[in-house]
Design a binder for this molecule. Structure first.
Ligand code: CP3
Length: 349
């Protein structure tokens, strides 16, 4: 095992003392980087995910180019539905498409139970290769979608505006929905355990669509399965982060799900959330991603506001409140990282 040269991110996840606030950016390996687009021009997205050398290359790009304190393995949450037997395509500028969406109990039965060491071996190889190439510079984060968010894509067949199919599914066929959620949760738990085994230093569960649900439905259809996964992940002290976008009403329950860190979107006030759940968990976030369209002065002012909102002491990992947008200037992302590194020191004296 190589010793990490920069473990600020892992220490902040555990609320241990840090000299400054660590920062990484959701979707940091992506199209806003010309170096990413150069790789992407030669191979399609899914081929990139399935080729460990390419995945490792683009995973490491933002470490070199932007200076973030953690790497996140280049992949996608939809590799799980694909491994379960659904055909996946990433359609240029329209997003992902899953063919023959799940609409009834027969469709659920047809989904394969996966063994990640076989069906998702390419991801595990990408993780170990990336760990080797990082050579201890920064920690590596593994990730998966939450069962609810994955089921949303599997039932809608891709992205959606109204989310009517997934709502019809849970309200008209709740039993089948729960069968499917259990099946996905089992796959995700095994998958995240395998990523840790392969070298991931932390894992993040993305519940991008948690905010579509009423507070009680969120508990029933999302949180219950996140808890199930966390209780089953085989880990030593690798932190678990849960990013539940748009979930305002269930923060206390979310804080008790077993996660070490809760990721917040930009519609919440970091300081307020800290006073509610900050003794229980560390917090990650939560700059509005569109602030990176602004000038440097504005970016700095808004980043400092986020740091001030969290206040003194460890337990904050700086991030955007959602993924970085494809048309952001790389130099603005780099500037944000520099600002956070410099301006956060005074909060850790
Ligand atoms: O954060 C990182 O840098 C790691 C890589 C990563 C990707 N997707 C790469 C990607 C991660 C962590 C994800 C997670 C993911 N994927 C989520 C959860 C996080 C979130 O943003 O809410 C979701 C919902 C998906 C599904 C997905 N994949 C969508 C909706 C899209 C299309 C939207 C878009 O931005 O085009 C993708 C494609 C995708 N995943 C891209 C990247 C870099 C762009 C594909 C390309 O290069 O053409």
């Amino acid at each position: 095992m190589i010793k990490l040269q920069n473990d600020l991110f892992l220490r902040a996840c555990k609320k241990m003392d840090v000299e400054r606030t660590p920062i990484w950016i959701m979707r940091q390996a992506g199209r806003y980087l010309p170096e990413y687009r150069a790789v992407r021009e030669k191979s399609d997205f899914i081929t990139m995910c399935k080729t460990p050398e390419l995945a490792a290359e683009v995973t490491i790009q933002p470490i070199d180019l932007i200076g973030v304190d953690a790497a996140i393995i280049f992949s996608d949450i939809l590799v799980i539905p694909e491994a379960m037997g659904m055909k996946l395509e990433m359609i240029e500028s329209r997003g992902p498409k899953l063919y023959d969406p799940i609409r009834n109990a027969d469709d659920v039965i047809r989904l394969r139970e996966i063994d990640p060491t076989k069906n998702l071996k390419y991801v595990l190889e990408a993780v170990s290769l990336t760990k080797r190439e990082l050579n201890g510079r920064v920690p590596l984060i593994g990730f998966a979608g939450s069962p609810w968010t994955l089921m949303t894509y599997m039932v809608e067949g891709g992205g959606s505006k109204s989310f009517s199919e997934i709502k019809k599914f849970i309200y008209n066929q709740p039993k089948t929905a729960h069968t499917l959620l259990h099946k996905i949760a089992d796959a995700v738990a095994d998958y995240l355990s395998a990523k840790i085994e392969a070298g991931a230093d932390a894992v993040q569960i993305f519940d991008t669509w948690g905010g579509l649900l009423s507070p009680l439905d969120f508990e029933e259809f999302s949180l219950y399965y996140i808890e199930k996964i966390i209780s089953r992940i085989k880990r030593k002290d690798e932190p678990v982060i849960v990013f539940a976008k748009g979930v305002h009403n269930n923060l206390k329950k979310l804080a008790n799900c077993g996660a070490d860190v809760i990721g917040l979107d930009w519609t919440m006030e970091l300081g307020k959330v800290r006073s509610q759940i900050g003794s229980k968990v560390a917090l990650q976030g939560n700059l509005d991603p569109t602030i990176l369209y602004a000038n440097k002065e504005k970016i700095k002012a808004e980043a400092v506001k986020v740091l001030e909102s969290y206040g003194n002491g460890s337990g904050h990992i700086f991030n955007l409140g959602h993924g970085i947008l494809p048309d952001v200037l790389p130099e603005n992302a780099k500037f944000l990282v520099e600002v956070v590194k410099e301006e956060s020191k005074i909060f850790h004296r």
